[in-house]
Design a protein around this ligand. Structure first.
Ligand SMILES: Cc1cc2nc3c(=O)[nH]c(=O)nc-3n(C[C@H](O)[C@H](O)[C@H](O)COP(=O)(O)OP(=O)(O)OC[C@H]3O[C@@H](n4cnc5c(N)ncnc54)[C@H](O)[C@@H]3O)c2cc1C
Length: 414
């Protein structure tokens, strides 16, 4: 009878627990042990989607994975052949979690309860005799000459346990002893920096509009190609909303390097100068004798229109007919390229992901095995992979969890 193989999974987050269940389903010859630093598993998963768990996305409106995975899109493109969003949704449905898609394309459990996902994964681990140990922070990984691994724990330096294979799935890591240990094993780290945050702008006139939204705007960092489109929200400290969160994701590293100081240009209409000019001319024609504040472009609220016309230095006493070419030009500039100085970052409802982590250059892109240490695998946000909001981050956790499971099983079978 072949000897049972022992696998350690470091981190009981979404990626680690999904990986553990899949290993157990793929092979009954493996003993799977999951070590979690916190007092309970999957704490972050329980908070996802505002407690509802935006589990994945149909990807219907995604033209290229680079749009939603600023880091890791090439790797994920090939891994999606193993487990894409559709097969992931099927996996959860097959395991008893009914899903639905919201109008904005985000997919949630029908229960609207992240705890359903947490509890089901925990249940499946228990059914398969996966050993879960909480309050167990791993601080180092050692590989021995016989090919086996031993782990060092923060609480108990004397604990000795060897494993045939290890999966590191510790999520977005800041500097930690484990990260140093991975470095010592030959892994380069992309410096961890936050992603998915709102932008602070000190501008009382703007922030007095708190709560104002436009359905489709674009925001770019001036002097760069970093640009994102989507809804825009004015907050009490600056800008938020999908366009800004996307921009923060695309520009996560550049913004960290500039200490979150830069100039942004907001295009409030998300159309070209010519198109914006044409819609202003239409407005003038339809409302010639009326006051400039009496009508406004469809996508802007009355408050925003008042603010933007004032910014274009147009007197509120004028009629539309009195707007000369010069005023129209000023208005078009403000509507399509309204600049602000960003002086910091905020948070998006406490949701942010870490950009950075174990550099993909050191990981086999087909198997997720370390290129420098055979038998050591990675999955989830610990790798230099992250996404914009919409269920894409969890999708990366499910896909990489599945691929790491399949390949560690195959490597230990051979
Ligand atoms: C509030 C919030 C809401 C979010 N909502 C969504 C959403 O709706 N949809 C979406 O797609 N994404 C969402 N995200 C992002 C998503 O949660 C993460 O991308 C995902 O959880 C990453 O999974 P992971 O398993 O790689 O990491 P994690 O979930 O962070 O799990 C890593 C685990 O490893 C443990 N660990 C760390 N170091 C050690 C160690 N040395 N030893 C042992 N254990 C260790 C940690 O305690 C943790 O439990 C949200 C994030 C936040 C913060």
């Amino acid at each position: 009878m072949p000897q049972r193989k022992k696998i350690a999974i470091i981190g009981a987050g979404a990626a680690g627990c999904f990986c553990a269940v899949n290993i157990a389903e793929m092979s009954d010859e493996m003993d799977v042990c999951v070590f979690e630093a916190a007092t309970r598993p999957m704490h972050k998963l329980s908070l996802t989607g505002g407690g509802r768990c935006n589990i994945t996305n149909p990807f219907d409106e995604v033209d290229s994975l680079a749009e939603v995975y600023p880091r890791g899109h090439r790797l994920l493109k090939s891994l999606f052949y193993s487990l894409d969003n559709e097969r992931t949704a099927q996996w959860f449905e097959n395991h008893g979690i009914r899903l639905y898609a919201q109008d904005d394309n985000r997919i949630f459990p029908q229960s609207d309860d992240a705890m359903e996902v947490v509890d089901r994964l925990a249940e499946l681990m228990a059914e398969h005799n996966v050993r879960l140990t909480t309050n167990s922070k791993v601080t180092a990984i050692n590989k021995h000459d016989d090919g086996k691994f031993s782990l060092t724990f923060a609480d108990d330096g004397d604990r000795k346990e060897t494993f045939d294979g290890v999966v590191v799935t510790t999520g977005g890591m800041s500097h930690s002893p484990l990260m140093e240990s991975l470095r010592a094993l030959g892994h380069e780290m992309a410096e961890p920096v936050p992603s998915l945050f709102s932008l602070k702008v000190k501008d009382d006139a703007l922030t007095s509009l708190m709560g104002a939204t436009v359905a489709s705007a674009s925001v770019m960092i001036t002097g760069t190609k970093l640009r994102a489109e989507g809804g825009l929200l004015v907050t009490h400290f600056g800008f938020s909303g999908p366009a800004v969160l996307r921009l923060s994701s695309y520009a996560a590293r550049a913004l960290a390097e500039s200490n979150y100081r830069c100039e942004i240009a907001v295009n409030w209409t998300n159309t070209s100068e010519d198109e914006t000019r044409a819609s202003i001319q239409k407005l003038i024609k339809a409302n010639a004798a009326k006051n400039v504040l009496s009508a406004h472009p469809e996508q802007l609220t009355k408050r925003l229109w008042e603010y933007l016309t004032a910014k274009a230095e147009i007197s509120k006493d004028r009629t539309f007919a009195e707007l000369g070419k010069k005023n129209v030009n000023k208005l078009v500039t403000v509507l399509t390229s309204d600049t602000y100085h960003v002086n910091g970052r905020g948070q998006y409802k406490e949701e942010f992901v870490t950009s950075g982590g174990v550099a993909l250059s050191g990981i086999n892109p087909k198997t997720l095995e370390s290129k420098s240490v055979a038998g050591l695998f990675f999955d989830g946000e610990v790798m230099d992979i992250d996404a914009v909001t919409g269920g894409f981050n969890l999708q990366a956790a499910w896909t990489t969890g599945y691929v790491a499971a399949r390949n560690i099983v195959e490597s230990l079978r051979s």
